[in-house]
Design a binder for this molecule. Structure first.
Ligand code: AMP
Length: 598
């Protein structure tokens, strides 16, 4: 009886005592949202009372919500840029945080074409770790027996840079995988993965992917779940397998590691894992050599119970492809997080992707919500809107997330729009609606309308000597083939048909566009090969007028009609594709280095 009461939770029966504690923690947090939020704000403001930032706004040591809300403005990254630049340049005084800034996390959101730099402090790693530690206890409620096997996860680190002042700047997951919290994590039977640390911690994406895939294939029968952070990452792994299965099977047949894997630490650890196994090599060859890759995940990893990938937000575009490769396995979206702050988790991981809601954990930061109303007039600094607290939200309404973090962001607009779908205890649950202003996204890249416009303008410069201009354009993220790529539809005005731009010039236009896109896009093209060459499809003259006619026939007003700068609606795609006169691709990769463009 006593054990049973320890091992029970309103969420379901925990798999073990450790899980029971985690589930109890979720209960406590969600039942006391408002109190926890008050405490978190107090902790943050107490700790940062002496910072230049809070002093500038004369908070005078106050730690209550009313003072905070009345004195501290809501800001964007651009507002904080001067402070962030000073920290990057080596100013160690307490500008945003009283604790030393340990590093910068480079967000996939960009500002002026470069990744945003998010200052972070040492203790945040423990907070992230805490959120991770809640994921398996929830998963174990729905999928029993996960302690009887392993997870095949494709995790990667990326190149690091240093700011002028010497601080490391790297993506949050690179920071996490390199942390002691990850590298020396205690053994947990419910969370064993097939990839040894060495294979994850190799910055060369080919060697890292190759060795992780090899481990997954060798341990195929033990694999109970297959995953990556985002859906695009898992599909990239499948594409990698399509291109490299012969070499992988050969390694397994011979028991010797491909010479392309040169990292000594990977070679050393693979030597312990890789043994000749003719039978397995033949099985892989049989499965992979056919044209039909439908269900390949469950054919290669027959005990897979679910795909652990995020398919909400811009990743929803990959659901049909994942279903094709996995025979429709469940795709629990376990968590919602960002470089600025980890937010929360999905308490019903087996729900359909379209029904996924995340519960923000109130201990992770102080969260406020700006009611989202696109038709409302823009507000000014002088009359800022009232932000709501977690405990004040209403079901069915959309809000923009505004956060205050232990690392020193105060009332910072993340840019995510969330819809409240319900409550767990007192905690609102959110559907991720979208990221504001994102027009095109293949994986981590986020291209907005002004970036696309600038890219078009840059590329159009090449058309000048041919007396040609781009009269209209729209775009489309084509993810039917992996890696996905940007497609830009162009309608051209050619003034001198005898001297129209050649195919080679239009190919160069593709490259010129890529060169002017942001660094996350270019990194994906160059370092990760996770985005394919940009394509321009030139359409017949008059196509965009037809597009307008179509919109008007469906009820759009002629006065208010604007060309959509991104399209995905099938009839519109069909209309455009029927009128394509030529297709052009970037002939080479754009320029990218880990260093930031100043
Ligand atoms: P980054 O700053 O590069 O870590 O990106 C964080 C952003 O990724 C968030 O602000 C969201 O826009 C998006 N994101 C993170 N987790 C999810 C999720 N579970 N579903 C949809 N979008 C997500």
């Amino acid at each position: 009886m006593a054990i049973e009461s320890v091992l029970s939770s309103p969420l379901g029966p925990p798999a073990c005592e450790k899980d029971a504690k985690a589930l109890q923690f979720i209960e406590d947090m969600t039942a006391n949202v408002d109190l926890v939020q008050e405490r978190v704000l107090k902790e943050i403001l107490t700790s940062n009372a002496e910072t230049e930032y809070l002093q500038k706004y004369q908070l005078n040591g106050a730690t209550d919500r009313d003072s905070f809300k009345s004195k501290i403005p809501m800001v964007t990254y651009e507002d904080l840029q001067p402070e962030i630049q000073r920290i990057a340049n080596g100013d160690k005084s307490p500008i945003l945080s009283s604790r030393p800034i340990s590093e910068f996390l480079t967000s996939s959101g960009t500002s002026a074409g470069e990744r945003k730099l998010m200052p972070t402090i040492e203790e945040e790693m423990d907070r992230r770790q805490l959120l991770y530690s809640l994921l398996m206890p929830v998963m174990n409620l729905y999928v029993p027996g996960l302690d009887k096997g392993k997870g095949l996860y494709f995790y990667f680190i990326k190149a690091e840079a240093r700011t002028p002042g010497g601080l490391v700047a790297r993506p949050v997951l690179t920071s996490y995988y390199k942390s002691k919290q990850f590298k020396t994590r205690p053994y947990d039977p419910y969370n064993v993965i097939t990839s040894p640390n060495e294979t994850i911690l190799c910055v060369d994406s080919f060697q890292s992917m190759y060795s992780q895939m090899l481990c997954g294939l060798i341990m195929r029968e033990e694999v109970l779940r297959v995953g990556a952070v985002f859906a695009s990452g898992l599909l990239r792994a499948i594409r990698f397998l399509q291109l490299n299965w012969e070499e992988l099977a050969n390694d397994i047949a011979t028991g010797s590691l491909n010479h392309k894997v040169t990292s000594p630490s990977i070679r050393e650890c693979m030597a312990k894992i890789l043994k000749p196994n003719q039978e397995l090599a033949e099985l892989i060859t049989n499965e992979c050599s056919g044209e039909n890759w439908e269900g390949i995940i469950t054919r290669l990893w027959p005990n897979t119970k679910y795909l652990d990938v995020i398919v909400t937000g811009s990743m929803a575009q990959y659901i049909p492809t994942l279903d094709y490769y996995s025979g429709g396995l469940p795709k629990p979206c376990t968590m919602y997080a960002s470089s600025e702050c980890y937010f929360g988790l999905n308490l019903r991981p087996m729900s359909k992707p379209s029904e996924v809601s995340y519960t923000i954990m109130p201990n992770m930061g102080y969260f406020e919500f700006l009611p989202h109303d696109p038709s409302a007039p823009a507000f000014s600094r002088e009359s800022p809107p009232r932000l709501l607290d977690l405990a004040e939200l209403e079901v069915g309404k959309e809000y923009e997330l505004v956060i205050t973090t232990y690392s020193g962001l105060n009332r910072y607009r993340v840019g995510d729009i969330l819809l409240v779908t319900g409550f767990y205890n007192k905690a609102p649950q959110f559907r991720f609606v979208r990221r504001k202003n994102v027009l095109l996204s293949i994986e981590a890249d986020k291209t907005d309308e002004s970036e696309l416009q600038k890219a078009i303008e840059n590329a159009s410069l090449l058309l000048r000597e041919f007396s040609t201009s781009v009269v209209e354009y729209t775009s489309y993220a084509d993810t039917k083939i992996i890696p996905g790529h940007y497609v830009i539809y162009w309608e051209l005005l050619v003034k001198d048909p005898a001297n129209s731009p050649t195919g080679a010039v239009l190919n160069q236009c593709c490259l010129a566009m890529e060169e002017s896109l942001n660094s996350v896009y270019r990194q994906s093209r160059v370092a990760d090969n996770s985005i394919g060459p940009l394509e321009i499809r030139v359409v017949k003259n008059g196509t965009f007028e037809e597009l307008m006619d179509y919109a008007i026939s469906r009820g759009a007003s002629i006065n208010q009609y604007k060309v959509p700068r991104c399209v995905s609606f099938t009839p519109i795609m069909e209309l455009l594709d029927c009128r394509v006169v030529s297709k052009h691709f970037s002939p080479s990769a754009p320029h990218w280095t880990p260093e930031r463009r100043s």
